[in-house]
Design a protein around this ligand. Structure first.
Ligand SMILES: NC(=O)c1ccc[n+]([C@@H]2O[C@H](COP(=O)([O-])OP(=O)(O)OC[C@H]3O[C@@H](n4cnc5c(N)ncnc54)[C@H](O)[C@@H]3O)[C@@H](O)[C@H]2O)c1
Length: 323
């Protein structure tokens, strides 16, 4: 069972206890936080598995948020050339987003998620009762990705999410289940159509080109979902300026996010630093920064060439990033 220090405290013993008995189960915990989603931790965890005597017949249970899922999944993908794994997400973000779709990996000093693999979990087990211990800002950060699912693919879900919001914030089980199920249905459908992100899966990156740059430049000062919230507003603005996104969309995206108490304003950093960070992002192909953009609320934009991403002139991007 791979987890982080915080989740280990809450649920580690219980999960290892459930698995122990007929099987050899061990808890391997690393210090919580995005800054530990690294190759160094991947070495520690892999070596921890060797030291504990696990071999080719092992399986990994990734118990935690998206950091644990990405790192634990990457350990599973590479341990003895790949062993099966289960995602057991314990943050809203992990339940609705990072545990679905098989992307695993770690960050590097050159950018986020730059080393990794596709490795699908055998199953994803999301128990919404674990969200009871999740701090409110983390819940809101997860909601940012739920809003994203609505704005890129399903306006009806976005409207329902806003109705569910008070109950979700109050931790009501049925509302949490409906939210998770709704988002998972959207993400799973997109991924099933295009697992390797050769086409439409790119729409799930809406907001993320700017978000990853904010994370890199601020040294992860914001939660991932908070950076995504800011990124979605910036990229809606960019799409409108490019004539790709319908006018009024930016305001609707902003309203949907501020309702959750999410930030939507860019942090005070230089636009050129953000641009430099974007050029290192993996969505930058041969130096050109690409953006997944909206057509309007509930639908992603597709270019005349049939592509789901758009290049934007640097000056226009700079104008959006330095309002
Ligand atoms: N693989 C993908 O497709 C994909 C998609 C989206 C995001 N991600 C990645 O996910 C990561 C962000 O995930 P996250 O927001 O879940 O962050 P996280 O894993 O860091 O979890 C946030 C914090 O909450 C704590 N926590 C987790 N579950 C808890 C619980 N039930 N109770 C109390 N505390 C709990 C964690 O210890 C951590 O401190 C980023 O690294 C991002 O790149 C991956």
């Amino acid at each position: 069972v791979i987890t982080d220090s915080t989740v280990a405290r809450h649920y580690g013993d219980r999960v290892v206890g459930l698995l122990s008995g007929t099987r050899h189960a061990e808890l391997l915990a690393f210090p919580a936080g995005e800054r530990n989603k690294t190759r160094e931790q991947w070495i520690q965890l892999s070596d921890g598995m060797f030291a504990a005597g696990f071999g080719r017949d092992a399986a990994v249970v990734a118990l935690g948020g998206g950091v644990v899922g990405d790192l634990g999944g990457f350990v599973a993908a590479t341990f003895m050339r790949g062993v099966p794994y289960l995602q057991v997400p314990t943050t809203l973000l992990a339940m609705i987003d990072s545990s679905i779709g098989g992307k695993t990996g770690v960050d590097t000093t050159f950018g986020k998620n730059l080393v990794g693999t596709f490795h699908q979990p055998r199953a994803v087990l999301a128990d919404v009762t674990t969200l009871a211990t999740l701090p409110a800002p983390q819940l809101a950060a997860g909601a940012a990705e739920a809003v994203k699912h609505g704005v890129v693919a399903d306006a009806t879900y976005l409207a329902r999410l806003e109705q569910l919001r008070p109950a979700v914030e109050a931790g009501e089980r049925e509302a949490l289940i409906e939210t998770v199920a709704g988002s998972v249905a959207i993400k799973a459908a997109v991924v099933a159509e295009d697992e390797r992100e050769r086409g439409r899966r790119a729409i799930l990156n809406f907001g993320h080109t700017v978000a990853h740059a904010i994370e890199a430049v601020t040294g992860f000062a914001l939660l991932h979902g908070e950076a995504v919230a800011i990124g979605m507003v910036a990229e809606a603005d960019l799409g409108t300026r490019l004539g790709v996104t319908q006018p009024g969309t930016t305001e609707a995206v902003r309203d949907a996010l501020t309702a959750w108490g999410l930030p939507t304003r860019l942090p005070e950093v230089r636009a050129d630093d953000l641009l430099d960070a974007m050029r290192l992002d993996k969505k930058a192909r041969s130096g050109a920064v690409k953006f997944a953009l909206l057509e309007g609320i509930g639908s992603a934009a597709r270019s005349e060439k049939g592509e789901w991403t758009f290049a934007a002139p640097a000056d226009l991007v700079r104008a959006v990033l330095a309002p």
